[in-house]
Structures are given as structure tokens and as C-alpha cells.
Design a protein around this ligand. Structure first.
Ligand code: ADP
Length: 389
């Protein structure tokens, strides 16, 4: 079965056309700078060179039209389309086939993720119009976290407020964490029971997964909470927001932008949001970059313990996404802080680069430590196959 996976960001649209049985990727790409000057599509086909196609992309609908145009030149029939929806909230505790009703739900819950959900809903409209005979599936990033028990997902705010505004921990990266569980379970031959899944990219979150069930995660109502990220501050005292508005004269939107786009590793390092740049400058002696790396691993180790507490222990941890898969330094920094729990990695194994799942556990470690390359597109395609195949 050939599945087209679409992932609309606020100003981007990523796509991948793959065979769900063989995991062969026929084509993939990203429409970038949608609605901004200088838009282009980076497109790649199996065995081919990466191409840059410059075109006008005023909105996501037009971007989707271009994607269909490009893919129509391939000799690959699309059998189903999977859509990554950032926020599914209470409407999508699991993936669902798109109907008029379920598409309405994507827009209904959009105020919780306005930059993403409306864009993906427009793309779904375009897909249904363009290929009316092909089924579409919504795979919400929040779905997995809807399993989290109330003791962990409830916010200690007044009940009427929580109910009226649908406030709770929704989390994100759920599709990635679900994939990481699946790959870990397979790799360890079902020996993993209590996993702390560490998705560490420019957005970063942890998830406590016990025998495949989601017990807790570090992101909250929005993807701002939890770990320190590329440009996001992660958990801070919520009163900071009121203080900045009251005393600093900032508007709500300004504080929102500050916390999401101007904070995190970027703010602490003063150099970049990208861990590669920060590691390089830290090695050269830059004190702010060293501090950024220390703060990142400090918070990560602290929240790994929080996730372990949700399961009353852990037997495996898995590093994934851009930083988790590629940065031996960040992995070593985090595990060093967990030394008091008996967690150890093997330095030599940690320094190996590979696209495969690998075990980097050190001798005598109290838990198994893995590196698990994530594959959200494949997970989405699997859901499409389950629902439409
Ligand atoms: P997202 O999907 O959230 O945009 P990714 O999972 O692609 O993020 O991760 C991007 C981040 O991964 C980059 O910002 C960079 O910090 C980090 N990264 C990628 N490769 C390396 C590397 N070799 N060493 C250190 N960090 C890396």
C-alpha cells in the first residue's frame, strides 16, 4: 500500500510518499516559506538528487496543489493519505478516517494549535477535492497522550475553568513516542516494560511508556512546556507571564513569541538554537554555550526522573530525534547526571554514528540505554494502513 504522509507546519508542508509494507520512500520533500517571500520546495526522489523548486506558495492549499503536481509525474498510485494533525485534543484519542464530521473536529479544536490545525485542515480539503477516491486519515500528535491518567494530565486549576476551556496536558510528539516504543519493544525482544522515551529535536519532549501505555509526558496544554528546547523556554514559573505583562508592559502575544521563538538554547547561548553550533562554541570555550548545554542536560535528567516516577521505575531509556540520535555529547551529559541512579553508557558505543537502533548501555548499568531513530511518517502510514488498508 502506497501512502502519502502530509505534515503541515505554520509556514511549511512536509510530504513523503512511501510503501508501507517495504518502507521504501518513493519521494519526499518540504514546501518552505509558505506565505512568505522566497518560497520554494525541496524535493527528493529515491536514488535521485535533491532539487530546489522555486515557486509562489501563498498558502497551504497552493502548496498541496504543487505537491500533487510533482507526485503525479511519478509512476506511483497513492492508496491512502495520512495527515499529521498537531492538536487532536479530546476529539482524537486515536487516529480516525476523514469524514465531513471528523474534518470539522480538526477545525473545532484548532484554537489550541491555531498555526497548525487550520493549515492541515485546508490541506485535507485539497486532498479530498483532488483525489476523491482516496481515503484520508487524521493522525493527531496528541492522541497517544490522551491515555495519560487524570492524576497526571489534570491541571490544578478551578474545575469550571478547566472544563470550559478544555485545559489539560495534551502533549505532542505522540506519534514519535509511539514509534519509539514500537521500535524499542521490537529491538529488546519485548523485554522493555518501563520506557522513558526521549524525543530531543529542536522541539523536545519525554514520555513515560509502560507496556505500551502512555503514563505521562513533559509537554502540556501546548508544546511549550517541559524541556529546554531550541527556541522555547520549557517549564518556567507561570507567574513570570503575568509579571512580564504587568511590570514589563508586554502584551500576551509578545510574551508568547518571546517564550516560543526567542528563548531556550538560543537565548542562553546567545549564539544559536542549533545544538551543533552550541557544541562547537562550547568546545572553543564559550561560557554561555557551556551553560546552555549544562542547562539542557540538567533539565532533561530532572524530567527523566519525573517520567520514571510516573511508572515507579524504568528499565529502558531511548534517545531519539535530531539531538538524541546525533549528539553523543548531549547523550553523555544527560546520562552523567543520572549516574547516581546507576545509569551508565559505553563511551565507545555512544560515539558510533548509525541510522539503526543501537544499544549504548555501559557495563553494569541499572537501565538499558538505546538510540532509536524515530520515523513518524512510517507510524502515520501504518495507521493509514490499519484504517484503510
Ligand atoms: P525538529 O523536527 O523538531 O525540527 P529535529 O529532530 O530535526 O528537529 O532536530 C533538529 C536539531 O537536531 C537541530 O536543531 C540540532 O540541534 C540537532 N542536531 C542534528 N544533528 C546534530 C548533530 N550531529 N549534533 C548535534 N545536534 C544535532
Amino acid at each position: 500500500m502506497n501512502v502519502l504522509v502530509i505534515n503541515a507546519g505554520s509556514s511549511s508542508l512536509k510530504y513523503q510518499l512511501l510503501n508501507v509494507e517495504t518502507r521504501e520512500v518513493y519521494a519526499k520533500g518540504n514546501c518552505e516559506r509558505i506565505g512568505i517571500d522566497g518560497a520554494f520546495i525541496g524535493h527528493e526522489e529515491m536514488g535521485g538528487e535533491k532539487q530546489k523548486l522555486v515557486c509562489e506558495l501563498p498558502n497551504h492549499k497552493v502548496a498541496a496543489e504543487h505537491v500533487f503536481e510533482i507526485l503525479s509525474k511519478l509512476d506511483v498510485k497513492i492508496d491512502g493519505i495520512g495527515h499529521r494533525v498537531v492538536q487532536g485534543a479530546w476529539r482524537f484519542p486515536e487516529s480516525k478516517v476523514v469524514t465531513d464530521e471528523t474534518l470539522g473536529w480538526v477545525r473545532e479544536v484548532a484554537p489550541l494549535a491555531p498555526l497548525h490545525n487550520y493549515a492541515e485542515a485546508d490541506v485535507i480539503d485539497e486532498c479530498r477535492a483532488r483525489l476523491p477516491e482516496v481515503g484520508n486519515v487524521v493522525v493527531a500528535d496528541s492522541a497517544f497522550h490522551m491515555q495519560i491518567p487524570e492524576v497526571a494530565h489534570r491541571y490544578a486549576l478551578p474545575r469550571d475553568v478547566v472544563d470550559k476551556f478544555h485545559i489539560r496536558k495534551y502533549g505532542a510528539h505522540g506519534t514519535s513516542h509511539r514509534y519509539i516504543w514500537r521500535a524499542t519493544d521490537h529491538f529488546t525482544n519485548h523485554e522493555t516494560h518501563k520506557l522513558v522515551s526521549c524525543h530531543l529535536g529542536s522541539g523536545a519532549s519525554l514520555c513515560a511508556i509502560q507496556d505500551g501505555h502512555d503514563m505521562d509526558t513533559t509537554m502540556g496544554l501546548t508544546p511549550l512546556d517541559g524541556l529546554i528546547m531550541g527556541t522555547r523556554c520549557g517549564t518556567i514559573d507561570p507567574a513570570t507571564v503575568c509579571y512580564l505583562e504587568r511590570e514589563g508592559g508586554y502584551t500576551a502575544d509578545e510574551v508568547d513569541t518571546m517564550m516560543n521563538k526567542q528563548s531556550g538554547l538560543l537565548a542562553v547561548s546567545g549564539v544559536s538554537s542549533d545544538s551543533r553550533d552550541i557544541e562547537e562554541k562550547a568546545d572553543a570555550g564559550d561560557a554561555n554555550c557551556k551553560l546552555a548545554l549544562e542547562m539542557f542536560s540538567y533539565r532533561a535528567a530532572q524530567l527523566i526522573c519525573e517520567m520514571a516516577q510516573a511508572m515507579e521505575g524504568f528499565d529502558t531509556m531511548a534517545f531519539s530525534a535530531g539531538i538524541g540520535e546525533n549528539s553523543a555529547t548531549n547523550r553523555a551529559n544527560i546520562v552523567r547526571r543520572l549516574g547516581w541512579l546507576g545509569v551508565k553508557i559505553d563511551d565507545e558505543k555512544n560515539s558510533v554514528r548509525s541510522d539503526e537502533v543501537r544499544d549504548i548501555t555501559g557495563e553494569g548499568s541499572s537501565v538499558r540505554v538505546l538510540v532509536v531513530p524515530t520515523d513518524e511518517e512510517y507510524m502515520i502510514a501504518l495507521d493509514v494502513k490499519d484504517l484503510l488498508g
